[in-house]
Write a protein that binds this ligand. Structure first.
Ligand code: MLT
Length: 409
């Protein structure tokens, strides 16, 4: 008899975004004339940068000729030309020295943030922020690192660190020992960004406690404040205790192309049961070589073009467009009397629902009365209740139209 992995049965709800998609499709089917504006899932709308397109076209041509054709990408961790560009542009430019053997190319940060937990023991205590990107929690549930679900959507065994307006949506250190700490800055969903001082507290905690920080920096390209850190490795000692995940999805419009990478420093420490130091870089390499066959050559050439002079300029223009949407949204929402957070160094606006109305009710209200889709805060955790997330990824005209419609309800 084939038995299922019963940890999957602990999962309390469908994955958030398919659930939203299901509700929106049902509404659209019942209201075929509704011109729905989607500010829900953070999916980009602007086309790929011309420099990326040109590079990918050339790569397709290379693949068409026997002499320049490429098959598997060696160990599947990314071509050197791309990992060199990553190390140079994303890290050395910010004073962080990395070797390319510490960079692992992948098909996106969602997969890497979900998969990384596999190389750690099931007995580790996981700490997440609340609200949180659901992937960190659900993948630990699937792995069996938690107990059953509790009423508010959380799980026994996970340490939830509330992120509230009072703490600026940056969590305080937990009052119990934890081993695997998921942090995401700029934050999805709240749009908050941790300062160097705030991250230092976490790095110091992890060093003291011999814990690991799984740092999701998928939205770092949206930081405009020069004092804010883009990488956790800007904090002294972080290489000993942190893995960092990066994504090209929002930065370079790769949601449909798929590219991201994970940094696993050689200095990073985790421990064997006997207390001896284990080599996390080697373990992740082993995991990737076994379960992943690399990113397509065409995608990697496109990703490298993001670091060309034209690519950088073009990508910045698109980021500026999305961030001007965010500024316009903040402005309109504040005028309408909403309490608004985020949207300054991150592409997400996190607003309080009016009169504390339930966030799924607010979702339905916006969909029905304004035909605007957002994301209910409760979908990100118990502390997200009473909040609502709007994404700045859309055409500026549609964003303006969405704000006009909100003004009318
Ligand atoms: C979001 O809307 O939270 C993101 O698009 C989800 C993701 O990147 O997987």
């Amino acid at each position: 008899m084939i038995n299922v992995n019963e940890n999957y049965l602990k999962l309390q709800a469908g994955y958030l975004f398919p659930e939203i998609g299901r509700r929106v499709r049902a509404f659209a089917a019942a209201n075929p004339d509704a011109a729905i504006i989607k500010l829900g899932i953070g999916d980009v709308t602007e086309p790929l940068a011309p420099a990326v397109i040109e590079a990918m076209h050339n790569a397709v041509d290379e693949m068409s000729r026997a002499e320049s054709f490429r098959g598997y990408d060696g160990d599947g961790v990314g071509y050197e030309f791309l990992r060199n560009a990553i190390v140079e542009n994303d890290f050395r430019s910010r004073g962080v020295d990395l070797d390319i053997s510490e960079v692992f190319a992948s098909d996106g940060a969602k997969c890497d943030t979900g998969n990384f937990q596999e190389i750690f023991a099931l007995g580790n205590i996981v700490a997440v922020t609340d609200p949180v990107y659901p992937v960190y929690v659900d993948t630990n549930v699937m792995a069996g690192r938690t107990g059953v679900g509790v009423g508010s959507g959380g799980y026994e065994g996970i340490v939830y660190m509330p992120c509230t307006a009072e703490n600026g949506f940056v969590p305080d250190l937990p009052d119990q020992d934890v081993d695997m700490i998921y942090l995401c800055f700029p934050n999805n969903p709240t749009g908050a960004v941790a300062t160097k001082e705030q991250l230092k507290k976490w790095v110091d905690y992890a060093r003291r406690r011999k814990a690991i920080i799984l740092f999701d920096a998928a939205y770092e390209a949206f930081i405009s404040d020069a004092d804010l850190p883009h990488s956790i490795y800007e904090i002294e000692g972080a290489k000993e205790v942190a893995v960092e995940f990066r994504s090209f999805s929002k930065t370079a419009g790769f949601t449909g192309v798929r590219f991201g990478y994970t940094v696993v420093p050689k200095e990073l420490k985790a421990y064997n049961a006997d207390g001896s130091v284990a080599d996390v870089n080697a373990l992740w390499n082993r995991r990737q070589c076994t379960k992943f066959n690399g990113v397509s050559y065409i995608t990697q050439v496109g990703a490298a073009a993001v670091y060309s002079a034209d690519g950088k300029r073009q990508i910045q223009q698109t980021i500026d467009l999305y961030m001007s949407n965010a500024a316009a949204m903040r402005n309109s929402l504040e005028k309408l009397g909403y309490t608004v957070y985020g949207g300054i160094n991150a592409p997400y606006i996190w607003l309080r629902t009016p009169d504390g109305v339930d966030s799924w009710k607010f979702f339905d209200l916006l969909l029905e009365k304004a035909n605007v889709v957002g994301t209910p805060g409760a979908g990100f955790g118990a502390a997200g209740e009473g909040y609502f997330r709007l994404s700045a990824f859309n055409d500026p005209k549609k964003v303006a139209e969405a704000m006009d419609r909100l003004a009318k309800i």
